[in-house]
Design a protein around this ligand. Structure first.
Ligand code: SF4
Ligand code: SF4
Length: 269
């Protein structure tokens, strides 16, 4: 009797977490039925949110959630990079530093003294920064959280050995495709859609509210022009700047304008 043929080797997928809320990892688990099909095609080698089974590297694809906030994080991401053929960052924390990068606007020692009873026990870097500031990143999935359909399409492309087709345009394009009335034009609501990357399906404008930029900057955005439109619609500049200093506020495309306006006006509280 001949021995059964060995099962074909499946690509190894690993998922890692840094400073984050786990929401993007939950988006992977929320793939539900597709997750079972995915698990047949890849070996899920490291995904602590789903399983305690850990297969050491090297890995074919590493999905990385979260920002770098401690010296240990900075060491760990370098070790993960060294073991990963492709490294894909997922979510605003990993691609921009996340909402926790708001702490970059003040002194670390000041935060620690306010937050912790024993600040001397806290080993933290002075900033929360995106993964790409520490290691080379092959692809970035923006969003807070990421869009699970987009994640699935990217994984399929990577498994097929082709380049992911990530959107470059702004949320406005998705809005128009859905035939939604524009909240900025029709009601003067300060919508960040014109400078925000497509990929969410324009969910917020579809519900009659403004986009707040959770998908990060679109390719080559013009936030200065948008802020002039907000000011013309009566939004005080302080509030307009706050719109930029949000989930993706540490991204250069938003931060440089917010910094420049604060230099002109003095710090906005
Ligand atoms: S990007 Fe948003 S949903 Fe994803 S881990 Fe960070 S805070 Fe959570
Ligand atoms: S509602 Fe916002 S995203 Fe939609 S078209 Fe208007 S500005 Fe763009």
């Amino acid at each position: 009797m001949t021995a059964p043929a060995p099962a074909p080797l499946r690509p190894r997928l690993a998922v890692f977490k840094f400073a984050s809320c786990d929401g993007c990892q939950l988006s992977i688990l929320n793939l539900e039925e597709e997750l079972l099909a995915l698990a047949e095609r890849v070996e899920i080698a490291h995904f602590l949110e789903a399983s305690s089974r850990v297969v050491p590297g090297p890995w074919d694809v590493a999905l990385v959630e979260g920002s770098i906030t401690t010296p240990h994080d900075a060491e760990r991401i370098r070790a993960i990079r060294a073991q990963s053929r492709l490294l894909v960052t997922i979510g605003a924390c990993a691609t921009s530093g996340g909402i926790q990068a708001l702490r970059n606007l003040a002194e670390l020692e000041e935060w620690k003294a306010h937050v912790y009873p024993r600040p001397e026990w806290i080993a933290a870097l002075p900033t929360s920064t995106p993964i790409a500031e520490h290691v080379a990143v092959d692809h970035e999935l923006q969003g807070c959280p990421i869009d699970r359909g987009q994640l699935l399409r990217v994984l399929v492309r990577l498994l097929l050995g082709t380049r992911p087709d990530l959107p470059l345009a702004s949320v406005c394009l998705e809005c128009k495709r859905r035939g939604q009335p524009c909240v900025l034009v029709t009601r003067g609501v300060p919508c960040l859609g014109p400078v925000t990357r497509a990929g969410c399906g324009a969910i917020c404008p579809g519900l009659g509210r403004d986009c707040y930029g959770c998908f990060g900057p679109a390719a080559d955005p013009n936030p200065a022009s948008l802020l002039r439109a907000f000011e013309a619609a009566g939004l005080p500049r302080r509030d307009a700047v706050r719109r930029l200093r949000h989930i993706n506020g540490w991204r250069r495309e938003f931060r440089s304008l917010a910094d420049a306006l604060e230099r002109e006006d003095g710090p906005h509280d």
